[in-house]
Ligand binder design. Structure first.
Ligand code: FES
Ligand SMILES: [Fe+2]
Length: 399
């Protein structure tokens, strides 16, 4: 149980809120290169800010204010230009840094006034990495965009799966710091729903004997020991990382995934799951795909008959912002408590303008990639009870 003040401090994402200031010190996915190729201007919302994401005619990405400061039309209807984005109404042209480069009528009739030199719109840097577009909304100088191994390593094909979630981002991360939920949320709830659909159970509940959490340079390594596993099993010796503040690595070495839980605003989160799969020797690379998945059925309900949907139902069913003033954390919440402590410590650092956990500024650390330790196959004891490899691959995308 925590105070309302602490819950607000950890959850709210506005630019003047403690967690909002912390989250702004990290790069976050905001779109995909594939979709900007088809639709070069998109209205986007991130960290409570409405913005315009675009691809210029010269192929550069920009992220600027939602509206043109002349007469406030949405730049969503703008025109991509070689040098940036042009407002559709009277043609004012803005570059990637938000500077106004042209005011066509004023430039013709009153060029000496140089009114455009006094006009600037909000603008944030954007970088592309293997099909994902990342934005940085924090104080300058921006840190380096981390080159996580899953995003850049050779020999893997990738799919970007996007989910819109009507809940605060921290619920997703609390779930990531809570391995024990696998027993009921995934095994028992999953089997219950499969039974209701007239399907056989896919899971046999495997109980946790021990859980442990180790803080490292980029976040927390989560380790667990399940019934039937020995202590030299890499679920226990290695585990997998929660990358601070809002990324979870899942999936083992042959199909590693990074799940980025991006705050849209205080009560909405967009998850970008960058799912990869090791390519068979000699196989041709598969083109990247982007999938927008609808979590809700036609009745507006989530059907939790698979692992990712089960995690999402847990996040969403805690409400728009979980009321942590009423919680009763127990022995299974050791990781949640550690993560909250870390979050509050890093919030303090951000308040003082200091670099926070996992900030990457050294190019040698980032090149060619940041390698993450992880289990070879997650949940050995549990996986050995799966009915088929096909199920295993489909299901192991979120624990
Ligand atoms: S409203 Fe944008 S140029 Fe006039
Ligand atoms: Fe899970």
């Amino acid at each position: 149980m925590i105070s309302q003040e602490t819950n607000d401090k950890m959850t709210l994402v506005g630019h003047d809120k403690p967690a909002g200031k912390l989250l702004r010190r990290y790069w976050h996915p905001i779109g995909t290169a594939l979709e900007l190729e088809k639709e070069p201007i998109q209205r986007v919302r991130i960290l409570g800010e409405d913005l315009t994401l675009y691809r210029s005619k010269s192929g550069e990405y920009g992220l600027v204010a939602e509206r043109c400061p002349h007469r406030m039309v949405s730049l969503e209807y703008g025109i991509p230009d070689e040098r940036g984005i042009r407002c559709p109404y009277h043609g004012w042209l803005f570059d990637r840094k938000g500077a106004c480069l042209e005011m066509p009528f004023d430039d013709r009739v009153n060029p000496e006034a140089m009114y455009k030199a006094r006009i600037k719109i909000k603008a944030y840097p954007v970088e592309a990495l293997n099909g994902l577009l990342f934005a940085y909304l924090g104080p300058e100088p921006a840190p380096l965009l981390p080159r996580w191994d899953v995003l850049v390593q050779d020999g893997y094909d990738s799919v970007i799966q996007i989910h819109e979630l009507p809940c605060n981002w921290l619920q997703c991360m609390d779930n990531a710091a809570d391995p024990v939920h696998f027993e009921y949320l995934h095994a028992e709830l999953g089997n219950y729903h499969l039974a209701r659909e007239g399907k056989p159970p896919k899971m046999v509940r495997t109980n946790h004997l021990k859980i442990e959490f180790d803080v490292f340079k980029y976040g927390i390594m989560k380790r667990r020991l399940l019934e039937g596993e020995s202590e030299d099993c890499d679920d226990w010796t290695t585990g997998h990382p929660l990358l601070f503040p809002n990324i979870l690595a899942v999936g083992g070495v042959d199909w590693p995934t990074l799940q980025f839980r991006v705050p849209v605003d205080d009560t909405h989160t967009r998850q970008f799951a960058f799912r990869t799969k090791r390519r068979a020797v000699g196989a041709a690379p598969r083109p990247q795909e982007v999938i927008h998945s609808n979590l809700f059925n036609e009745k507006g309900k989530i059907v939790p008959d698979n692992v990712p949907a089960q995690d999402m139902v847990a996040w969403v069913m805690q409400g728009p912002i979980s009321d942590r003033t009423q919680e009763h954390l127990s022995a299974s919440d050791k990781g949640v408590l550690l993560y909250h402590k870390m979050l509050l410590e890093e919030i303090e650092k951000a308040e003082h303008g200091e670099d926070t956990l996992g900030t990457v500024r050294d190019g040698t650390e980032n090149e060619p990639m940041i390698r993450l330790h992880r289990e070879k196959v997650a949940l050995h004891a549990f996986q050995s009870q799966y009915k088929s490899v096909v199920d295993r691959e489909a299901e192991t995308t979120g624990t």
